[in-house]
Design a protein around this ligand. Sequence first.
Ligand code: IMP
Ligand code: MG
Length: 186
Amino acid sequence: MSHPYEPFLQEILIDSTTLQARICELGQQISADYAGKQNVLLICVLKGGIMFLSDLVRHIEVPHSIEFLSISSYGDGVRESSGRVRIDMDLRQDIAGKHVIIIEDIIDSGHTMNYILSLLATRHPASLRICTLLSKPSRRQVEIKLDYLGFEIPDKFVFGYGLDLDEVFRNLPFIGVCKPNMRFGP
Ligand code: IMP
Ligand code: MG
């Protein structure tokens, strides 16, 4: 039985077991760093961060709440970051005085995270940190300090585990590399 993703997949870069083991470590690290803190808030960047958030929080032992922020950075169907970032859905609560951790799927050029950081910093959180599952350091255009990082990956387009290939395959339990110049749909 072949699965619909197979024609697009060059290789599995990070399998499910490896992902889950690292996410468990990150959750334990966050639990230790935030032990005893009040008002811990995880802000998930939609849509790519959903799988990571939902698995990560199972390993976070400090009481915390979650929020969602929706950001667009890529133009329609374009895989290069335009550097233009826009809020599609803002937070529904004030973050002043809260210990905020931004949960992101991947940091590529850094434009998106740079925008989110400067936006949230103006709202006076008690602290502001970044937790990203993936980072492509060779693609960076804006320097970003990563507080929690799952994996550094090479400059390849990846999909699965929250990350999309033309909006599909976010559901896959692994991170796969897309074959060159492949697109889903017409
Ligand atoms: P940046 O602004 O260039 O850092 O882009 C970050 C955003 O681009 C991420 O939040 C992803 O949504 C998307 N992105 C970057 N690289 C990939 C990839 O390899 N696969 C899928 N989405 C990606
Ligand atoms: Mg993202």
